[in-house]
Design a protein around this ligand. Structure first.
Ligand code: FPP
Length: 249
């Protein structure tokens, strides 16, 4: 047995350090109101600023938002094009606000598959915010956890083949260093994973990093997920007892 020491205790245990959100239900939200799906994405995008602001207020250190999965490429071309337009608009409109709020932005996923202008604006925005030291906001875009883990397995195999890594050095900490969250260091593990819209699935999101996450499934669709509702979920999290497989203290 390894004597791995898990250092997972947050500084303020009632506030999760890393919150990850599956922003689900934009399409249903719009359809239920007689609108086209794209209107749900418009409203969903507008929600992002409010949740970022509330995360800062609450003292969360990292907020990861699932904006587009590897599986979402199956959607019709017109929906994809709207999603890229909204992401572009959001980056351009929000970067000053993120700068003022000391937010650092990460975009995680197969960024090279995104339209060239989106890639460019992602790079510009991340660069502009790179020295900030406050909330770390990550947009997971063209992201899939299985793809991430597979890519890390390949890199580990290459490191072993080239003599840079010994097989007996491959432990959980070593694997974590090859994942797309490696740069987040001790913030990579998710404390609280929220999914909106009442669906109870993880959908290929941060599978490794959420190993000990508390899960919260809320009925509201993402466009209805207000800062007050977010706060309720955080308060509920603060009352949970996290044992990491141990026993009650
Ligand atoms: C899920 O709703 C939502 C998405 C696939 C897109 C999420 C994107 C945004 C909120 C906008 C851009 C994001 C950022 C970070 C600025 P759905 O379409 O799957 O809804 P449904 O399940 O009701 O069909």
């Amino acid at each position: 047995m390894s004597s791995l020491q898990l250092n997972t205790e947050p500084i303020n245990p009632t506030i999760p350090r890393h919150v990850a959100i599956i922003m689900d239900g934009n399409g249903r939200w719009a359809n239920r109101r007689g609108h086209a799906r794209f209107f749900g994405h418009v409203r969903g995008t507008e929600r992002v600023r409010e949740i970022v602001e509330e995360a800062i207020q609450l003292g969360v250190d990292a907020l990861t938002l699932y904006a587009f999965s590897t599986e979402n490429w199956k959607r019709p071309e017109d929906e994809l094009s709207i999603l890229w337009k909204l992401l572009l608009k959001h980056l351009k409109r929000e970067r000053e606000h993120m700068q003022k709020n000391n937010v650092r932005l990460r975009v995680m996923g197969e960024v090279d598959r995104l339209p060239a202008e989106v890639q460019r604006q992602v790079a510009v925005t991340m660069d502009m915010l790179s020295a900030n030291t406050g909330l770390v906001v990550t947009f997971a875009v063209s992201y899939g956890s299985r793809r991430e883990i597979t890519a890390s397995a390949k890199k580990i195999a290459q490191a072993v083949a080239s003599g840079g890594l010994r097989v007996d050095e491959i432990d959980e900490n070593a694997v974590a260093k090859y994942l797309w969250t490696a740069d987040m260091q001790d913030l990579a593990d998710v404390d609280l994973l929220i999914r909106t819209s009442g669906e109870m699935r993880i959908s290929n999101f941060l599978l490794w990093q959420s190993a000990y996450a508390e899960l919260e499934f809320v009925d509201e669709c993402w466009p209805d997920f207000t800062r007050e509702r977010f706060r309720d979920v955080i308060v509920k999290y603060g009352k949970r007892e996290r044992r990491y497989g141990g026993i009650q203290k």
